[in-house]
Design a protein around this ligand. Structure first.
Ligand code: B4P
Length: 194
């Protein structure tokens, strides 16, 4: 089983590269951002709570996203592996993920970090904001806040997996195809070792 974390700042290309990874390796995609947006769309109690944080560029509370992931792991016991896209985003989430996966006997295989310059992140998100209808992509202030939260709260997750020898950084600059090739070069050796 391959359990892959796709990691990076807002706009680094996590969702974009996750689609390519699924096409190549057939893993199950778990995107906490997408799950939260679905809950907001449905106006469920959890969605209404999450929206208060997302619209201002804050992270939603840990227990909320941990619960979402735990449920997904339970309903897909036969998956060939998972892509964790946008999760974990805090050290608490990283410890919880490790515990959940260890209990199931298949730990994290790799954290793949997409590295992108800040100016490019802002440009990509503002550009997506022109068509996405996402409130968190509309204002440069909110986008810069999301990047600031990433630097302060999410980046330390890299150290957690570096200590486990599972961190792999990849440049997320360039075309989607170029980056997908770099990503494949990082994942293929792990597949071959199995
Ligand atoms: P996410 O949905 O994860 O949003 P994101 O960081 O913007 O990444 P996304 O995957 O959508 O975009 P991508 O980089 O692929 O999270 C949204 C919010 O939900 C968070 O801010 C937070 O509030 C909350 N949340 C989610 N998970 C959470 C958690 N675990 N804990 C707490 N809160 C959580 O792409 C961005 C744009 O760039 C796209 O338009 C794409 O087309 C473009 N792009 C991608 N690659 C490109 C390239 N190579 N060149 C040019 N453009 C490119």
């Amino acid at each position: 089983m391959l359990n892959l974390i796709v990691f990076g700042a807002p706009g680094a290309g996590k969702g974009t590269q996750s689609e390519r990874i699924i096409a190549r390796y057939g893993l199950r995609h778990l995107s906490t951002g997408s799950m939260l947006r679905e809950a907001i769309e449905a106006q469920s109690p959890m969605g209404i709570e999450a929206q208060r944080y997302i619209d201002h560029g804050h992270l939603v509370p840990d227990e909320l996203v941990i619960d979402l992931i735990a449920k997904e792991l339970d309903v897909h016991p036969d998956a060939p592996g998972f892509i964790f896209d946008g999760f974990p985003r805090t050290s608490v989430q990283a410890h919880e993920l490790d515990d959940m996966l260890l209990r199931r006997g298949h730990p994290v295989s790799l954290l793949l970090a997409l590295e992108v310059e800040e100016q490019e992140l802002v440009a990509r998100l503002l550009n997506r904001g022109l068509t996405s209808n996402r409130a968190d992509d509309q204002s440069e202030t909110v986008i810069r806040n999301r990047i600031e939260v990433y630097m302060r709260t999410t980046l330390p997750v890299i150290d957690h997996y570096r200590r486990q020898g599972k961190y792999h950084g990849v440049s997320g600059m360039g075309s989607v195809d170029e980056i997908a090739e770099r990503v494949a070069r990082a994942i293929d050796p792990i597949i071959l070792k199995r």
